[in-house]
Design a protein around this ligand. Structure first.
Ligand code: BES
Ligand code: MN
Ligand code: ZN
Length: 498
């Protein structure tokens, strides 16, 4: 989809679908008032009658017969002006764009006058909202070309004043890059597990590396064996698919130390010998969402030319119950030298991460951020409105929190107090890999914290947020791409002076 910025009046603009953004307080903006007048007061009448409430996420389709050049008009709510956030704008744009596509529009135009905010941010949010709201995963649908062409080809952001165009365009450009990587991540996560094996993910990483001139290293089983990555290899032992340890480096930060991003990349989690119930097991293809988000964020950092050094680490394997599989009762020796007693082979994420986090320390990084679909317990704790955040450094946690608020990929902190460590004590090894039901998201993070040495570290549990079973304003059901925009925002703001 092309996204253009132009000057003009929305009521005069010939398009398949015009979008008007409306605040809850009624018609305040000049543009909306003008359009309303041109439509003989139709919009104000809808609002006065209560037929249209400009709540966030609400959109309504109208077919003006005169007073407007557009074939269709989508009016969409932004909520209260005082509660405005960029995420609401993203939601409004996404909702309206998909409504117009369903109706048959193949080009749309959004009026961006009347929002008193940074124009670059506005351009970015609308671009992201439209692209992400229109996202579909069609690779496995045998629909014909005609059907496919019903995509929206062009979105135009319309402004009154020519002076606003430059800033809007900057924002649109960034938004397009960020949305494109989010689509990249969603596509990976939505793909069937047989078509997104560790080998295929390594090939994807190679493509990214080639496209942006990044350094890529893929460690094979024998290399991991030599290094002593017993945790990752233990998890991989039940699988016929060879594991890969993917290391992708982006270097544009001169002498700055690395920022290490670590993503759980289990391409299918059957649970292993501690096998999962059949119901919903197909969703366990999303267990590589963390790795996909990391690869997406490195890709975006490169596309945006961020002045940073970043290393992305993706420990990639299936978790399967093969004849060679690791078993409850086994003790694995990790890359760090610490040993872990296995009490549940379904607690495999923390195992592969323990090796990857220890490997990250080799870089003497300024910070480590790991992201993982780690625990069902995190969903019980926070639902789908926030990802879990745990860590050992206040400044870093605040940076992640801020990025979450900006992107709408929000996080909420859970505590990592001393007492929680009791439940991962083992009688025969340095620790055990599962601590029971209580505080499951926390005890999982407690184990991870043993592998980051002194480095500032944050763990993000996206088990509940990487996937959605219901359509949301700019997140159709399926993979959400969670973490890609969050990590990207974190990186963009990293060295910015406050
Ligand atoms: N990949 C799962 C966590 C998960 C659950 C992700 C639901 C997405 C949706 C993880 O490997 C797992 O199985 N965790 C166990 C840990 C338990 C055995 C200690 C869990 O959450 O039940
Ligand atoms: Mn598991
Ligand atoms: Zn898992």
């Amino acid at each position: 989809m092309k996204i253009l910025v132009a000057t003009g009046k929305i009521e005069k603009y010939k398009t398949g679908g015009a979008i008007l953004l409306i605040f809850e307080e009624g018609i305040l903006g000049q543009t909306v008032r003008r359009v309303d007048e041109s439509l003989g007061g139709m919009i104000s009448r809808l609002i006065e009658r209560g037929d249209f409430k400009a709540k966030p996420g609400v959109a309504q389709l109208l077919y003006p017969t005169r007073g407007m050049a557009a074939e269709r008009l989508a009016i969409t709510g932004l909520g209260k002006r005082s509660d405005f956030t960029m995420n609401r704008l993203r939601q409004a744009a996404g909702k309206a764009a998909s409504l117009l596509r369903t109706a048959g529009a193949t080009d749309i135009a959004v009026s961006v006058d009347g929002i008193d905010q940074d124009l670059e941010d506005i351009g970015q949010a609308i671009a992201e909202g439209c692209i992400l709201g229109l996202y579909r995963f069609l690779k496995y649908k045998t629909i014909d070309e005609n059907d496919r062409s019903r995509d929206i080809q062009t979105t135009t952001l319309l402004v009154d004043r020519g002076s606003s165009i430059g800033a809007l365009q900057e924002g649109v450009a960034a938004g397009m890059v960020i949305a494109d990587s989010t689509v990249f991540v969603r596509d990976m996560v939505n793909s069937p597990p047989g078509d997104m094996t560790p080998t295929i993910i390594a090939a994807k990483a190679r493509e990214v590396a080639r496209q942006f001139g990044l350094k890529l290293q893929v460690l094979e089983r024998n290399h991991m064996d030599k290094l002593g990555m017993g945790a990752l290899l233990g998890v991989a032992s039940g699988s016929a698919q060879p594991p890969k340890f993917i290391i992708i480096e982006y270097r544009r930060g001169g002498k700055k130390p690395f920022i290490a991003l670590v993503g759980k990349t289990i391409t299918f989690d059957s649970g292993g010998i501690s096998i999962k119930p059949a119901e919903n097991m197909e969703k366990m293809k999303d267990d590589m969402s963390g790795g996909a988000a990391v690869l997406g964020a490195v890709r975006t950092a490169a596309a945006l030319n961020l002045p940073l050094n970043i290393v992305g680490l993706l420990p990639a394997t299936e978790n399967m119950p093969g004849g060679n599989a690791y078993k409850p009762g086994d003790v694995l020796r990790t890359f760090s030298g610490k040993t872990i007693e296995i009490v549940n082979t379904d607690a495999e994420g923390r195992l592969i991460l323990s090796d990857a986090l220890a490997y990250a320390c080799r870089y003497e990084p300024r910070v480590i951020v790991d992201i993982a679909t780690l625990t069902g317990a995190c969903r019980v704790a926070l639902g789908q409105e926030a990802s879990g955040m745990l860590g050992n450094n206040e400044e870093l946690k605040q940076k992640i929190r801020d990025a979450g608020e900006k992107t709408g990929e929000r996080v909420w902190e859970l505590p990592l107090w001393e007492g929680y460590y009791d439940s991962i004590k083992s009688d025969i090894a340095d620790m055990k890999n599962a601590g029971g039901r209580d505080g499951g998201a926390i005890t999982a993070a407690a184990l991870l914290s043993k592998f980051v040495q002194k480095y500032p570290w944050v763990h993000l549990d996206i088990a509940a947020t990487a996937w959605t079973d219901k359509d949301r304003p700019y997140t159709p059901k399926g993979a959400t791409g969670m973490g890609m925009r969050l990590l990207t925002q974190f990186l963009r703001d990293y060295d910015k002076k406050v």
